[in-house]
Design a protein around this ligand. Structure first.
Ligand code: SF4
Length: 396
């Protein structure tokens, strides 16, 4: 048996660096059956495709992101299986039970990683540069260091912008031992809403018993944070940033209260990040103002905003907005922690302008800022000079 697996996001997204769990499970399942499994890192061209695919018994193509390109001559058929939210958004069919609950093949990407390292080393040699292999390998840590899985699945909130629409509650999904490889340093959970599971304490104890550092990659539900949860999570050996979401301005007061809880228990001053969804309800000045209003609150509590520009499989509304360049600049400013911690929004635009090569004109960031400020001076006055971590008398 010969199995081909395409992780379309790996092929089609330049800086994509996260393993596709479905691909790893498919690989694990087939390898156990004695099949030869190949991770394909390019799509064959249209002429090759017909003959190429005959070499394999089964071909799997998976993608997570809707805007990842996949050649249109590649179609689902008896032996060509296409899956994932990138193809089907909230209607993505489940993997067959025996694959879904199979131990992932954490070695699926090994050959690709070694090849990337080899190419980078050769390129450094040709260009007479020093190659720092350890540093270069750091970008593959999600492939090499983590056991990955869903300890719970489902969510009851049904946020209209979210792919998680299938269930109306949170339930246990994979037992830890189903995907836990003790030889790996860390654990990464992809749960939709771990804090929404009524028996979260039991699972939390299991996680703690491994002694491994862990993270919830998709973020945690801030609205469900209690003193008990905050104490346990902030005392734990948590890996990297604590990530929550502040998607809706309607949650403003509730999130404000929860930020107080975080401030109380985050005594080690660990980095806390919030996804800030924009361009969903509208793409007008109100949406921009709502984004800044959330950023203002987060800055006061030294929490980092991470701008998520809404898109679905058919549409990217912010791209059609009059304030398109402002959305881009907002994301570039917020989503680089080293920058957002140091510069106000205005300073960031001025820094971009300073690098602008064409004299006598404005760069797109500065142009976006000036046009918006001209149209809505009150909003600009309130928010364009906000500084991360500065105590805001409004909240003190
Ligand atoms: S709370 Fe999170 S996981 Fe649940 S529906 Fe909303 S965005 Fe999706």
């Amino acid at each position: 048996m010969k199995i081909a697996i395409f992780d379309a996001d790996l092929i089609g997204r330049e800086k994509h660096r996260f393993p596709n769990l479905a691909c790893e499970k498919i690989s694990g399942y087939w390898k156990e059956k004695g099949a030869t499994v190949e991770l394909c890192t390019i799509f064959p061209d249209i002429n090759e495709w017909k003959t190429w695919k005959k070499r394999y018994n089964e071909i799997y193509i998976s993608k997570v992101f809707t805007d990842t390109p996949v050649p249109n001559y590649i179609k689902e058929s008896k032996h060509v299986h296409m899956g994932g939210t990138g193809f089907y958004f909230d209607k993505a069919p489940d993997l067959p039970y025996e694959i879904e609950h199979h131990m992932p093949d954490y070695n699926l990407y090994n050959e690709w990683i070694e090849n990337e390292v080899k190419l980078a080393r050769e390129s450094s040699e040709i260009n007479g540069k020093t190659f720092n292999e350890k540093r270069f390998r750091g970008q593959f840590k999600e492939y090499t260091d983590y056991s990955i899985g869903f300890i719970t699945r489902g969510c009851f909130r049904k946020c209209p912008f979210c792919v998680n629409q299938k269930f109306d509650h949170v339930f246990p999904h994979s037992a830890l031992e189903e995907f836990y490889d003790p030889s790996r340093k860390k654990l990464c959970f992809l749960d939709d809403n771990f804090m929404g599971y009524p028996k979260w304490r039991e699972l939390f104890s299991e996680i703690m018993a491994t002694g491994k550092s862990f993270k919830f990659k998709q973020g945690l539900d801030e609205r469900l944070l209690t003193d008990e949860k905050a104490k346990l999570f902030f005392e734990a050996n948590y890996d990297g940033d604590y990530t929550f979401a502040f998607d809706n301005i309607a949650d403003y007061e509730l999130i404000h209260k929860k930020l107080e809880i975080i401030a109380k228990y985050n005594t080690r001053r660990k980095s806390v990040k919030f996804y800030v969804l924009v361009a969903f309800e509208s793409t007008d000045e109100k949406d921009i103002e709502n984004a800044f209003k959330r950023i203002e609150l987060l800055f006061h509590y030294r929490c980092l905003p991470y701008i998520m520009r809404y898109m679905n499989k058919n549409d990217t509304p912010w791209k059609r907005s009059k304030y398109r360049s402002l959305y881009v600049t907002l994301a570039r400013w917020c989503n680089q922690p080293s920058i957002v911690k140091k510069m106000t929004f205005r300073e960031f635009c001025l820094a971009n302008q300073a690098l602008h090569k064409t004299s006598g004109s404005y760069c797109s960031s500065m142009k976006g800022l000036l046009e918006f400020e001209n149209e809505f001076p009150e909003i600009a006055k309130k928010y364009f000079d906000l500084r991360f971590g500065e105590k805001n008398p409004k909240f003190s």
